[in-house]
Design a protein around this ligand. Structure first.
Ligand code: NAD
Length: 277
């Protein structure tokens, strides 16, 4: 019987899996660092031209250069996703530059944690404004263009905190649960136009700048030293490790590709088995 080299077959499959999104136009918000930066670079490796959108102009510029180094077109857009006029300008600029929008990755988000009785109202407002209203505004403006095209993929960054409550995280959880309701509703609005709207719910992605801040905040709420916090969170994960940016990117690329054409209104867990609903 002829023997099959499974490893080289698998490697071959991986090679053909690259560039599944050749010449697609993608907007990634919060792309200046962390998960958003990783997604912008992975989408570029898959063939996308990328709009690198972030509140922080300097980091957006830096990531734009990284995308260009991958031989893809890229522009940096300074945007506050919670400001309707700025979001509309981001969409106009994308269409002026690239002529269309195939993919929106609505990733920008913030997190601050406090016990409920000490939760400052302005922090509550900021988290809901950026995480929830920001997603609404980006979807609303991008949808106008995608409806004209009668195609598009909208992917929103929720969290495992969008499926289950989390200590000291009233505002963050409310915003991430809210994103799932938003995604399910907008999926219905846009289904007649062949536009897919889905959410991704990652577990703890430690390789992000966000976690430098969370080590300190969570050490206070758990009463353990900052260097022990990640260990404590990994103990809760059946697959025994933190989530990587690449784990998230694998699902985002799938949701941005034709392979997910029959999926809409879903909220996909990428949590190593920690969240199953
Ligand atoms: N890191 C994790 O463990 C984790 C887990 C699940 C979900 N998430 C979600 O993934 C997304 C990215 O998280 P991250 O860990 O990369 O965070 P991060 O803090 O490292 O990066 C967030 C980026 O968003 C930008 N941003 C913040 N407010 C903005 C605004 N108003 N307009 C435009 N850009 C803005 C920041 O400048 C920054 O570049 C967030 O929505 C977060 O809630 C993160």
């Amino acid at each position: 019987m002829e023997s099959v080299d499974l490893f080289s077959t698998w490697k071959g499959e991986l090679q053909t899996m690259e560039r599944r999104l050749e010449d697609k136009i993608a907007i990634v918000t919060g792309a200046g660092q962390g998960i958003g930066r990783g997604l912008a670079l992975r989408l570029a490796r898959e063939g996308c031209h990328v709009v690198v959108a972030d509140l922080n102009e300097a980091t957006a510029n830096a990531v734009t250069e990284e995308v260009k180094a991958l031989d893809r077109r890229a522009i940096a857009v300074k945007v506050d996703v919670s400001d309707a006029a700025q979001v509309a300008a981001m969409v106009d600029r994308t269409v002026a530059e690239f002529g269309r929008i195939d993919i929106l990755v609505s990733n920008a988000g913030i997190l601050k944690s406090f016990p409920i009785t000490d939760f400052p109202e302005d922090v509550w407002d900021a988290i809901i404004r950026v995480n929830l209203k920001g997603n609404f505004l980006c979807m609303r403006e991008v949808a106008k263009q995608m409806i004209k095209q009668r195609s598009g993929k909208i992917i929103s960054m929720s969290s495992k905190s969008g499926k289950k409550g989390s200590l000291w995280n009233a505002a963050y959880c409310a915003s991430k649960f809210g994103i799932i309701g938003l995604v399910q509703s907008v999926a219905l609005d846009l289904a007649p136009f062949g536009i897919n709207v889905n959410a991704v719910c990652p577990g703890n992605v430690f390789e992000t700048p966000l976690w430098d801040q969370l080590d300190i905040e969570y050490s206070r709420k758990l009463g353990i030293p900052p260097e022990k916090v990640r260990e404590k969170y990994i103990e809760k994960v059946p697959l025994g490790r933190g989530c990587t940016i690449e784990d998230v990117a694998n699902v985002v690329v799938f949701l941005a590709s034709k392979e997910s054409d029959y999926m809409t209104g879903q909220a996909i867990n990428v949590t190593g088995g920690q969240e199953m609903r």
